[in-house]
Design a protein around this ligand. Structure first.
Ligand code: NAD
Length: 437
């Protein structure tokens, strides 16, 4: 079976490499020549644990190749995946489907035999039908089946998620499309992964409904964290007490500075817009979006308050910038809201992140970058932890105390122990751990 994967981003590259690992012949296409050049030279255009080795081994064994030539990749393909971006459209919050539609047409024009065109990008319900119309108009002569196969991997654990997913969702309206998708995912049958075959519309909506539900869950616990702070309760224990109930589940109940990333913010917005258009306002999702936006902005206020009401002229160390650990992805990261607000309030910022490539481009020029956590912390008046990379957990409070000029530590991910911090005389605050906690 020959597969073409259109898009060499976080999803296209990981899922392409994983299909190759399953034994499929995969050709990954991207319009960005610098990404393809890097991949051919064995350099990863993104940071994702384990990816380099997976790509290297499969490329070496001849199952995985990279090209900017979409036509060549699609020629002879049995299945073509669309894994291009679907960012928020400027102005109205809708998913921008320009890349999806353009790629679908390019694939149809390049096809030289019947194939299955599978949308892996996250697209609003109804998009599959539009893709079908585009394909049919471009190639009325060829049997191109359209299918939906939303992706649920998480950056930072993408390979494990792809290889051992909770489920695979395939939206199909033909037996041939279902047969091709089943063959592609055959190795997962062996580990008894549930494969849910639905209509295309249902598959599209499962993806948005899942992301929106997780965003609601995070926002809910964040609001409970605020209540914990006012009442002396401990949000960790609240989350654990809730999560042990099988109906609720323990995951995605970690309080923090608000969700970010390349999916939740844009997907919740797009779902809310779709629902509004259909006359079914998704008020819960709308409230979640508003609460999360407000929360990110409040985090800068929290830091300023911890610094005694002003950060003007103060040097603040910032640890962790990416939207979560183990990725270099900065899309919609809370740091993109918090750092500019602190700069505007007059602070000097010295930041450190283990994967700072995108952060350097996206944060204000005034932000200085340190080469290590302790370099950032040295002589700082205050310290803010935004992203919980593991290496930060291991820093002992006495080391922080010895390095810093000031005493203020604001831990937006609850990685440190409040008692140990206070024992060192540090003025430590975290999320949802009230005085009594
Ligand atoms: P990305 O921006 O990292 O990658 C998209 C790639 O597609 C880019 O490299 C771009 O150059 C390329 N591209 C665009 N048009 C093209 C064309 N016509 N031909 C060839 N290449 C083209 O995006 P991503 O994070 O991989 O996300 C892709 C999709 O998957 C989105 O819809 C996203 O919502 C969804 N998704 C993402 C994640 C995630 O964690 N990143 C998880 C699940 C689903």
């Amino acid at each position: 079976m020959k597969v073409a994967m259109i898009g060499a981003g976080y999803v296209g590259l990981v899922s392409g490499a994983c299909f190759a690992e399953f034994g499929t012949d995969v050709h990954i296409v991207d319009t960005d020549a610098s990404k393809i050049e890097a991949l051919r030279a064995g350099r990863m255009p993104i940071y994702e644990p384990g990816l380099e080795r997976l790509v290297e081994e499969n490329a070496r064994d001849g199952r995985l190749s990279f090209t900017t030539d979409l036509k060549a990749a699609v020629r002879g393909a049995d299945a073509v995946f669309l894994a291009v971006g679907t960012p928020t459209r400027r102005g109205d919050g809708h998913a921008d489907l320009t890349y999806v539609f353009a790629a679908a047409e390019q694939v149809a024009l390049a096809a030289d035999k019947p194939l299955v065109l599978i949308t892996k990008s996250t697209v609003p319900v109804g998009t599959g039908r539009q893709v079908k119309a585009i394909v049919r108009a471009a190639r009325p002569d060829l049997a191109i089946e359209v299918a939906s196969n939303p992706e649920f991997l998480r950056e930072g654990n993408a390979i494990g998620d792809f290889m051992r997913p909770d489920r695979v969702v395939v939206g199909v309206d033909s037996d041939r499309a279902l047969a091709v998708l089943k063959r592609l995912y055959r190795p997962l049958y062996l580990i008894e992964t549930p494969v849910l075959a639905t209509s295309i519309e249902t598959a599209e909506l499962i993806k948005y409904a899942s992301n929106a539900f997780l965003a609601v869950k995070i926002t809910f616990i964040n609001q409970m964290a605020d209540l914990c702070e006012k009442t002396g309760a401990n949000v960790h224990d609240v989350a654990r007490g809730m999560g042990l109930d099988g109906r609720i589940g323990r995951k995605f109940l970690h309080a923090g500075p608000g969700y970010g990333g390349s999916c939740f913010p844009k997907d919740t917005l797009a779902l809310a817009r779709t629902a509004q258009e259909m006359g079914v306002p998704a008020t819960l999702v709308e409230q979640t979006i508003a609460a999360n936006d407000a929360r990110k902005a409040q985090m800068a206020e929290r830091v300023i308050a911890a610094c005694g009401g002003s950060v003007a002229g103060k040097t603040i160390a910032v640890l962790g910038l990416t939207f979560k650990p183990e990725t270099d992805d900065m899309r919609d990261a809370p740091s993109l809201v918090i750092l500019p607000a602190l700069v505007a309030a007059g602070a000097t910022l010295r930041a450190y992140d283990p994967q700072p490539a995108h952060a350097r481009q996206m944060l204000p020029a005034a932000v200085q970058f340190a080469d290590s956590a302790m370099d950032a912390v040295r002589d700082a008046d205050a310290l803010v932890l935004i992203t919980e990379w593991n290496e930060f957990r291991a820093i002992p409070p006495e080391k922080l105390k010895a390095a810093m000029a000031g005493r203020v530590i604001v831990d937006l991910r609850n990685v440190w122990d409040p008692v140990a911090m206070r024992e060192q005389g540090l003025d430590y605050s975290s999320i949802g751990r009230g005085e009594g906690a």
